[in-house]
Write a protein that binds this ligand. Structure first.
Ligand code: PEP
Ligand code: MG
Length: 585
């Protein structure tokens, strides 16, 4: 039995079997293959090499026709190398001697080969290093792609173990095949984590070395409540976790009774409780859990799950479906928040040195106007179908906001000329996600209809902590006094200017923060759909005065630790069941 500690990003406990996924662009971890898999690993190498050679032959023929025989020679070198026994034999030998996976053996041998070429004094040989990496990627793509396909045919429900997962990989898993995630990399609010929560799949990230010990089929427990992963658990541990799973099932059931009751404090103050979604279908969960509507639709996921930008009509259909599912309840659409850790296929080829500070969100949209306009057209066309608002992500200066509004205005004019209907009163808001926007909330308030505080990014930019980096995950916290002060300022400015203000970052969905947020003056929270009942439970157990007292006390603390401990203690007093931990460490 091996116990790994990481960051819990999606709650729940599951018991299953490991399915490993390696990303071809990253270093392939050393992973052992159990004895009964060795024969299959040899076959996989042969199949991947044959598949790659067939591809290269087709490429050679095409190049010969379009560029001539000379240019096509480059492929002859590639094909020759993949047939060379000085490459193939050591791969098989490594699998036998070290009992490792095909992926690992292949990547190690390509590394060795690249090293040999780069050491050669002859310049012509040194240039071959790039060819070797090219081939390495090609062969690994076969191995990994084939492995991914096996996922849908698995005879068991899988816990996916990977170094890291992209948001689109996570979003593409079939819910009835994958019951949990565990990754080496990642932070609490990485988009992979957010998708795991949306899919309601327990997940732990930031485990650093879990991939090294995992192999396909290994029994595993994912404890998404405490951030623990147990590989090859012993019988006693298994039994303890089975009991816990049953106890939590009963607790969740008790919460379902809350779904139909209003999110109202004991002194009668109504809190609007909305859901955050990545896909229209999640609306069903939001409504079943008693949500009042959608406070954040992360539309970029429409883009991230496909290779190409969704067309205007495809987007229109998605927004229309949301409105229909909501049956009159409000929808807040956020325009594409692409960039940073949400890269599209086409952009992953041109990485930025510092993507979180780079061309992302509204900046990206303003630099890609045709795409931005297509989205705005789709939103406007759908705006007549039901109550809808639109907001822009990561606005940092008023000029940006004005530009975005101008583009929206242009699109409205186009639609008018074409005789297409849209909501001429469409409410336009912005997200407050940077200290710049928070400090200048008073200025922005004159130019928008509403604010939505994006605490995930606000924490990242205020504390200078990458939200996706497991090495600094312990420094990432919305309980830092700098963050709570900024939230307080934004809420105040919004009140002063009569601008509605909500919060939609992950902090809004953590029960420890509910009282604080109400105490700071927030009356609208938008959260991960699955946590709506427990947040509602907290709301229905407290009064506003009590929350304001708590917020004042929090304001007197000067360390994140004090705030966290205090909030936890106060919340535990209200719903102790949610804090029920296991004894297994
Ligand atoms: C946020 O930053 O808090 C937010 C809600 O946006 P996202 O998590 O999609 O960046
Ligand atoms: Mg954000």
């Amino acid at each position: 039995m091996e116990v790994f500690k990481g960051i819990p990003v999606s709650p729940g406990v599951v018991i299953g079997k490991v399915f490993t996924i390696d990303d071809e662009r990253r270093r392939i971890p050393r992973r052992s293959a159990p004895k009964n898999r060795i024969k299959r690993e040899h076959e996989r190498v042969t199949e991947a090499l044959e598949g790659s050679i067939a591809e290269l032959q087709a490429l050679r023929e095409r190049a010969e026709k379009s560029l001539g025989a000379e240019a096509a020679k480059i492929f002859a070198f590639h094909i020759g190398l993949l047939q060379d026994s000085s490459l193939i034999d050591p791969i098989h030998k490594r699998i036998d001697e070290e009992q490792v996976t095909a992926e690992y053996a292949v990547s190690q041998e390509f590394h060795r080969l690249a090293g040999l070429f780069s050491e050669m004094s002859e310049g012509a040989f040194r240039t071959k290093v790039d060819d070797v990496w090219d081939l390495d990627r090609r062969v690994l793509r076969h191995l990994i792609g084939e492995h991914m396909e096996e996922l849908s045919d698995l005879p068991y429900q899988a816990v996916v173990v990977a170094r890291d997962l992209t948001p689109s990989q996570t979003a593409s898993f079939e819910r009835d095949k994958v019951i949990g995630f565990a990754t080496d990399a990642g932070g609490r609010t990485s988009h992979t984590a957010i998708v795991a929560r949306a899919l309601n799949i327990p997940a732990v990230v930031g485990l650093e070395t879990i991939t090294l010990s995992s192999y396909d089929g290994a029994p595993v427990i994912i404890d998404g409540d405490r951030g623990v992963v147990i590989l090859n658990p012993d019988q006693e541990t298994l039994d303890q976790h089975r009991v816990y799973i049953e106890r939590m099932r009963v607790f969740q059931l008790s919460l379902s009774e809350v779904a139909d009751l209003p999110a109202e404090t004991t002194d009668g103050v109504r809190i609007e409780l909305y859901g955050n979604i990545e896909f229209p279908d999640e609306i069903e969960t939001v409504l079943a859990n008693g949500g009042d509507g959608i406070g954040l639709f992360r539309t970029e996921f429409l883009y991230l799950t496909s290779e190409i930008e969704p067309s205007e009509d495809e987007q229109f259909e998605a927004y229309k479906r949301c409105v229909e599912l909501l049956g009159g309840k409000p929808l807040t659409i956020r325009t594409f928040d692409l960039g940073s850790d949400k890269q599209t296929q086409s952009r992953s080829e041109a990485p930025e040195r510092n993507p979180a500070l780079g061309c992302r969100s509204i900046r990206y949209c303003l630099q890609n106007l045709p795409m931005f306009k297509r989205q705005l057209r789709a939103i406007l066309r759908a705006s007549v179908l039901g109550p809808m608002k639109v907001m822009f992500p990561l606005v940092t200066n008023p000029l940006e906001l004005r530009q975005a509004r101008m583009v929206l205005h242009d699109v409205m004019e186009d639609l008018q000329e074409e005789g297409i209907e849209y909501d001429t009163n469409l409410r336009v808001g912005m997200m407050i996600e940077t200290p710049a926007a928070a400090v200048m909330a008073g200025v922005f308030a004159r130019e928008v209809d509403f604010f939505s505080i994006g605490s995930n990014d606000l924490v990242q930019y205020t504390l200078a902590v990458d939200r996706t980096n497991e090495r600094v995950a312990s420094l990432y916290s919305a309980a830092h006094p700098a963050v709570t002060k900024l939230i307080k300022e934004v809420v105040r400015s919004a009140r002063r200017h009569n601008v509605p203000c909500s919060i939609c970052g992950e902090a809004a969905g953590e029960i420890e923060f509910t009282m604080l947020l109400i105490g700071l003056g927030l009356r609208t929270l938008s959260v991960t759909p699955s946590v709506i009942p427990s947040i509602k439970q907290v709301i229905r157990s407290v009064d506003v005065k009590q929350c304001e007292r708590l917020a004042r006390r929090v304001g007197s603390f000067d360390s994140e630790r004090q705030v966290t401990a205090f909030l936890r203690e106060q919340t535990r007093a209200i719903i102790p069941e949610a804090f029920d931990g296991r004894t297994v460490e």
